[in-house]
Design a protein around this ligand. Structure first.
Ligand SMILES: [Mn+2]
Length: 338
């Protein structure tokens, strides 16, 4: 699918009708789920169970440590790590993929999803994706896919109870950086208010999701800041975490979450890239840029490295020595700022 084809071919009302007519579902999302991805899996899963459906929730690890705290007791998550791990054993009527439509983010389950394309429904808010499912609903104006899931739950006629409210709130808060990022809209706040009225406890969610990390994360953060290089005349910051850094502090791949936000505290820094190698030879990049008239579109930048995302937040993966990747990133930043 070319990037221009990544547009809706169905409506939320149609998706709701399909869901009401089906009995069993596998819901999944991108690997290393963030709050939005996990919040969407959990809230939609609960809404479908509320109307008597059978649901399996499949997670491609790693699941960030702090996010485990938002999974309600009694909710079972199935994990798929690598090609040797089990695949879903039920043959569901429908496969639901949320918060991504990109095979690169669904690697571990691709061989299971691909033959089920006809019964797969993708619900997303990203700019780009592949031909993962026969049905696609994508709303790029939504700050979080959980905004879209809230509308879908309304279409299903399911009441937003406290648990659904909590998990939707996690998604909305997570993808907007707690309502700070430029993707936040009045509609985002309207939904957040509605979720609070339904019982979402924002202070408790903040404590669990943003203040529940392991000490190893702080050690890795120190190394990330120590590695910081200013490039493109000081307008861009590049941080690098090597495989050895992860090994020496005992950090996990998911411990880098939010590091890329840190240098943005400085006025002159417009763009930040975090390059990390949590597994030997597998380098990944996170790109952020602040909204401004001259802002670099990091979606375009990430695409040069085979990735993508949003204009202000994007990511990419690359095989190869981390030093070479860093050099290529710095050259791209220098070129983009000229
Ligand atoms: Mn999202």
């Amino acid at each position: 699918m070319t990037e221009n084809d990544y547009t809706s071919n169905t409506t939320l009302a149609d998706i709701a009708a399909i869901m009401i007519g089906a009995n069993s579902f596998v819901i999944t999302t991108h690997g290393k789920p963030d709050g939005d991805a996990l919040g969407a899996v959990l809230s939609l899963g609960r809404a479908l169970e509320a109307i008597g459906k059978t649901v399996e929730r499949w997670i491609i690890p790693p699941l960030p440590h702090a996010l485990r705290g938002i999974v309600d007791e009694g909710v079972k998550l199935h994990f798929h790590g690598d090609e040797h791990a089990p695949m879903p054993t039920i043959e569901p009527d429908r496969v639901i993929v949320v918060d991504t439509g990109a095979w690169s983010q669904l690697d571990a389950l691709r061989s299971w999803i691909e033959p089920r394309r006809e019964k797969t429904i993708v619900i997303d808010h990203h700019l780009h994706g592949d031909d993962v499912g026969a049905k696609l609903f994508v709303d790029t104006s939504a700050a979080a896919v959980c905004e879209v899931i809230a509308r879908l739950i309304d279409e299903l006629g399911v009441e937003i109870d406290r648990v659904i409210a909590q998990t939707l709130f996690v998604g909305v808060a997570s993808d907007t950086g707690w309502f700070r990022f430029s993707n936040t809209t009045a509609a985002t706040h309207d939904l957040a208010a509605r979720l609070m009225r339904a019982g979402a406890d924002h202070a408790a969610i903040y404590r669990v999701t943003e203040q529940g990390e392991r000490p190893e994360k702080l050690e890795l953060m120190k190394r990330a800041l120590q590695s910081l290089q200013l490039v493109a005349g000081g307008s861009a910051a590049v941080m690098t975490l090597t495989y050895e850094d992860f090994q020496q502090v005992g950090a996990l791949p998911e411990d880098t979450e939010r590091f890329v936000d840190l240098p943005q505290a400085v006025a002159g820094i417009e763009t930040v890239v975090l390059i990390s190698e949590p597994r030997k030879g597998a380098t990944r990049m996170s790109f952020r840029s602040k909204p401004s008239a001259t802002a670099i579109n990091v979606n375009e930048l990430a695409q040069r490295f085979g990735g993508g995302g949003h204009a202000r937040a994007a990511g990419a993966k690359m095989d190869g020595p981390i030093d070479q990747v860093r050099q290529a990133v710095i050259e791209a930043l220098e070129a983009a700022s000229r």
